[in-house]
Design a protein around this ligand. Structure first.
Ligand SMILES: Cc1ncc(C[n+]2csc(CCOP(=O)(O)OP(=O)(O)O)c2C)c(N)n1
Ligand SMILES: [Mg+2]
Length: 620
């Protein structure tokens, strides 16, 4: 056997460079490089290996959580066919990645995490940043990655890297299982040499199959569809991951079945397609939610049916409703007691379309969907042009950004009141045009994610929309964007705190307690004093961004035009009226309210809650 002597860290980097994926005959290099922050736990291991492999580019970031978001966003815009590795030191550098790992795993996005770990040889323990556990020496802080990883391993001997790397790639490239993969790397072993077989480093192509559905299952699904009178599609993220938007469109035009879109699935159809009902569920449109309520058959495609999509199991009220699920993942394909069509979304849709040739919904049903589509667009137009004052509404800001952006540009967001408003209001014209991290709704994903999206699609403008709360949580990757000469447009909306949770709190009878950014008042002892003297525009400027402050929608429009001419990361700062919200449309979200309380508004909110909750269903 031919071998080559390398440190474990050098072997890992060399292996990562040689990994490719192939789908539909197109080959893609799987790793585009490595994000990292060095400390004693990786500087002389992975750090040294990166130094001697300049063709595997190292990117310096500001925060370990953020770099995982950047990698995940990059993977999302690459349909999961590309990603980054992320290297950290041991201890806090490593555990900082846990939120990023959970976010990637929840969104089914591949990221490879390489946290440093405590010495395998143990003689110098406890080392700096070591979590000591009295009953075993076989645990470190990196064990915290286990529940948030789809594959987890600790490489205690250099040769263990060989099978571990193969398993890591299997999981990262699996369309059913992908998510965060964690290889914890003890800092002594990273630097230890071993004679690795050269075959490990040969170019390796992982093919991504388009799994076809079971033939008998297709027949039975066709029978169910033909027997339905009000079928509805719920399009999830799997439609876009699988590159199935064209197949969906063909299927929908042939059958006339209308489509509601989850957060991850928005963009499956363009907003003005006659069968597009837009957002579905808690943050859904009127038409999507009315048709969901009445549907006798729901065809879920690549969706996880989270509570925002199912309106906490209240969305589907037809007593005879049945579900057909098209999904590559065995857990998802059985949700809602659905009839399972296990397979690749595109492959299944193609087969279903052929098997359904000649069948379509009633003409009146098709017309109803079109009418809902048009009525919704009129509602969007109304909210885009509210002319609210003195401060503008968030809906108008969304309208200005949508109008200024080109069809192929990307709007990107994750948490706050923006996701709900964007889900309802954004006119999506391209399958990558709408990028919401709404599996984990992780404050802090926005700017880091915007960087990753832009790295994956440099030809598109990326419009990050971020609230002041999220901005204050994690905005330092502006510095990374400046360092790398990457342009991201950031629309920073200041409403002095949490409009989202504030509104939720009010609706639950709790008056927005603890959700405003106000100083502690001497008179009340509560957080209801003066506004905080924080200048977020100056903050962004200090990080190296070009900053434009807009005081009105007109100024915002001018700023968006100016931003187009900029070549560096640009932040447009605008204040909005927190109280001017976009309401809900025929939907609900289960957030439990105190069953007993001393506050009258909470008591009455609880009564409503208990009543609405009765609509939650089991599908058995
Ligand atoms: C990391 C994290 N912490 C807490 C939350 C809960 N949360 C959801 S939205 C929100 C407030 C977001 O504030 P901001 O970014 O200003 O947006 P706004 O609500 O004002 O639109 C909070 C605290 C979260 N989603 N993520
Ligand atoms: Mg806010």
């Amino acid at each position: 056997m031919q071998t080559i002597q390398l440190t474990m860290a050098q072997a890992i980097i060399r292996f990562l460079k040689a990994q490719y994926v192939e789908r539909d005959g197109i080959e893609t290099q799987f790793f585009s490089g490595c994000f990292g922050i060095f400390g004693h736990g990786n500087v002389a291991g992975i750090g040294q290996a990166l130094q001697q492999n300049p063709d595997f580019r190292y990117y310096q970031t500001r925060n370990e959580q953020a770099m995982v978001h950047t990698a995940a966003a990059f993977a999302k815009v690459s349909r999961r066919l590309r990603t980054f590795a992320c290297t950290t030191s041991i201890g806090p550098g490593a555990t900082n990645m846990i939120t990023g790992a959970a976010t990637a795993t929840i969104n089914r996005l591949p990221v490879l995490l390489l946290p440093g770990d405590i010495f395998a040889r143990r003689n110098v323990a406890p080392v700096l940043q070591q979590l000591e556990t009295a009953y075993t020496q076989d645990i470190s802080a990196n064990d915290c990655f286990k529940p948030v990883s789809r594959y987890w391993d600790r490489i205690n001997r250099p040769e263990q890297a060989i099978p571990a790397l193969m398993e890591a790639m299997r999981v990262l490239t699996s369309q059913a299982d992908t998510g965060a993969v964690t290889l914890a790397l003890p800092q002594d072993i990273q630097a230890e040499a071993f004679d690795y077989p050269t075959a490990l480093f040969e170019k390796r192509i992982w093919s991504i199959p388009r799994l076809r559905p079971d033939r008998e299952a297709v027949h039975r699904a066709v029978d169910l569809i033909k027997a339905s009178t009000s079928a509805l599609i719920v399009a999830g993220g799997g439609v876009i991951f699988s590159d199935a938007t064209a197949a969906l469109r063909t299927f929908v035009e042939q059958t006339g079945i209308p489509v509601g879109e989850s957060q991850a699935g928005k963009g499956s159809l363009p907003y003005d397609h006659p069968a597009c009902l837009g957002a579905i569920g808690t943050t859904g449109t009127r038409g999507a939610n009315i048709l969901a309520r009445e549907a006798d058959l729901v065809i879920g495609i690549g969706t996880t049916y989270d509570d925002f999509t199912s309106a906490s199991k209240t969305a589907f009220q037809n007593p005879n409703v049945r579900f057909i699920n098209i999904n590559i993942n065995e857990m998802d394909v059985h949700k809602q007691n659905g009839f399972p069509l296990l397979g690749d979304a595109r492959a299944v849709l193609e087969e279903l379309a052929t098997a359904l040739a000649g069948w379509q919904v009633q003409a009146e049903y098709r017309a109803r969907a079109l009418q809902f589509n048009q009525e919704w667009d009129a509602e969007v137009e109304r909210i885009y042009n509210l002319e609210h004052g003195p401060l503008p509404s968030q809906g108008e800001v969304i309208g200005a950004v949508n109008t200024a952006s080109r069809p192929q540009d990307i709007v990107l967001c994750a948490a706050g009141s923006l996701p709900g408003d964007l889900h309802k209001l954004w006119r999506t014209r391209d399958e990558f045009g709408y990028h919401l991290e709404y599996g984990n709704s992780c404050m802090g994903y926005e700017i880091a994610g915007g960087l990753g999206a832009k790295m994956a699609a440099p030809e598109r403008e990326v419009y990050v929309m971020v609230g002041d709360g999220s901005y204050l949580m994690l905005s330092q990757e502006i510095v990374t964007a400046v360092q790398e000469g990457i342009k991201v447009n950031i629309i920073l909306i200041n409403n002095h705190g949490f409009a989202s949770i504030g509104g939720l709190s009010e609706s639950l009878g709790s008056s927005g307690f603890g959700t405003r950014y106000l100083a502690r008042s001497e008179a009340t002892g509560q957080l209801d004093g003066e506004r905080l003297p924080v200048d977020l525009a100056a903050n962004a400027r200090s990080l190296g961004a070009h900053v434009i402050e807009a005081k009105s929608i007109l100024e915002l429009r001018l700023a968006l035009e100016e931003a187009k001419k900029q070549t560096r990361t640009t932040v447009i700062y605008i204040e909005t009226d927190r109280e001017q919200r976009v309401g809900g449309y025929e939907s609900w979200w289960d957030v439990p309210i105190a069953e007993t309380s001393e506050i009258a508004s909470v008591q009455s909110a609880y009564q409503n809650y208990a009543e609405t909750k009765k609509q939650e269903r089991y599908f058995l």
